[in-house]
Design a protein around this ligand. Structure first.
Ligand SMILES: [Zn+2]
Length: 394
């Protein structure tokens, strides 16, 4: 999702380089914003700097590889690879590695093909004999291309479930996870392809005027679901919903998983950023009959996440909990609402990972969380996820 437009919050605005002077004038003269209250950075330069930082960290991981021997070396190297932004090809490789070490608890399959012909991968992690249909969880990541933290949350969850005693405990206990690590592989690939594409959000549907203005291509997949779907004619916006509901293969593939007969207890969709956990309804404000049912779950998540935050990231804000209209703005055609209304999941949740909006004011690109904050953010997410799904069963 996008950051909010609430009064008193920071806001990021993307403008073409040629408009910089005029925009500065507008802020200073017309809006009366003070010089110290805003900064202007180049998206492309920032993306180049980020890439340099990522490569530097990867070289460091390589060195650690070499310094350790045998099992220890493998362990150290493998976990650190989950704490760094990874391109699409490497994500697939990490998943293959996990699958090989999963004792057949992890199965890979595809749920659809994208416009550019990529496979949309899904992973099922469950015990062939002990899987309990009351304990089915659907987790998805990477529906918005630029939210590079999101696929890491899916990867880290797989790593925990396969490679840690606690995670294995969930599977032994009958939990049955379906995980879609990158719902929008075309968009994700594109956001890695060149510095100027770093803030790409939509899929890669070719649309009118896309030949001339590249931002006019693409559909926002998280506006393309049938629940309260509403389109508008301007396909150049970052949140263009598409011509009709489920017009896109990526959203259709996810909707296929969400049919009522799948019987998921929970649908958890991972985005960035804002440090929030959002619940239905996304499309209409006001109090809802299901809120009392969500409350104990949100409390359990909050408690679990705060215990991590207090230790690892006391510099960050607490997570906020509520519906999109309460905390951000109303959203039509979201997977959050679709899962809850049409998919008949019992609980539908959306995580917006770090940074918080307050902390984001310091970042030129808030979709690039500083690398040293990735690990605590993922540990916090995993902690909230476990606490939440356990509480849902009570
Ligand atoms: Zn998002």
């Amino acid at each position: 999702m996008n950051p909010s437009f609430r009064v008193g919050r920071s806001i990021h605005v993307v403008i073409p380089p040629r408009d910089e002077e005029e925009f500065r004038e507008f802020l200073l003269q017309r809006l009366g914003v003070r010089e110290n209250d805003f900064f202007v950075r180049s998206v492309a330069e920032e993306a180049t700097r980020e890439r340099f930082e990522i490569d530097k960290r990867k070289r460091k991981i390589e060195l650690t590889f070499r310094r350790f021997d045998g099992r220890r070396r493998k362990k150290v190297a493998s976990i650190s690879e989950f704490f760094i932004y990874q391109p699409l090809g490497k994500i697939a490789k990490l998943i293959d590695d996990l699958q090989r070490n999963s004792n057949d608890l992890m199965k890979l399959y595809t749920i659809g093909d994208t416009i550019e012909g990529r496979k949309i991968l899904a992973v099922r992690i469950s015990h062939p004999r002990k899987a309990d249909k009351r304990k089915r969880v659907l987790l998805d990541c990477g529906i918005h291309a630029r939210e590079w933290m999101s696929p890491l949350a899916c990867l880290f969850t797989m790593q925990r479930l396969i490679s840690t005693p606690k995670g294995r405990g969930f599977i032994e206990d009958g939990w049955d996870f379906v995980i879609v690590p990158v719902v929008n592989p075309d968009g994700y690939f594109y956001s890695w392809s060149k510095p100027a594409a770093r803030l790409w959000r939509k899929n890669r549907r070719r649309l009118p005027e896309g030949e001339i203005f590249s931002h006019c291509n693409g559909v926002d997949l998280n506006r393309n679901f049938p629940t309260a779907f509403a389109t508008f004619p301007n396909n150049c916006g970052a949140d263009y919903p598409g011509p009709n509901a489920l017009s896109e293969p990526e959203s259709a593939a996810l909707a296929g998983l969400l049919q009522p007969e799948s019987g998921f207890l929970a649908y958890v969709s991972v985005h960035a950023y804002s440090r929030m956990v959002l619940v239905p309804y996304a499309h209409k404000p006001g109090a809802h009959e299901h809120e009392t049912r969500y409350k104990p779950v949100l409390n359990a998540i909050s408690e679990a996440m705060n215990s991590i935050r207090n230790v690892s990231m006391p510099y960050e804000e607490f997570y906020e909990f509520g519906s999109p209209p309460e905390l951000l703005y109303a959203v039509n055609g979201s997977s959050l609402d679709y899962a809850y209304v049409a998919g008949s999941v019992e609980f539908s949740l959306l995580y917006e990972l770090s940074p918080s909006e307050k902390a984001s004011a310091k970042f030129a690109n808030p979709f690039h969380l500083p690398i040293e904050q990735i690990e605590p953010t993922l540990r916090e997410f995993w902690s909230g996820l476990q606490a939440g799904i356990k509480r849902m069963l009570l």
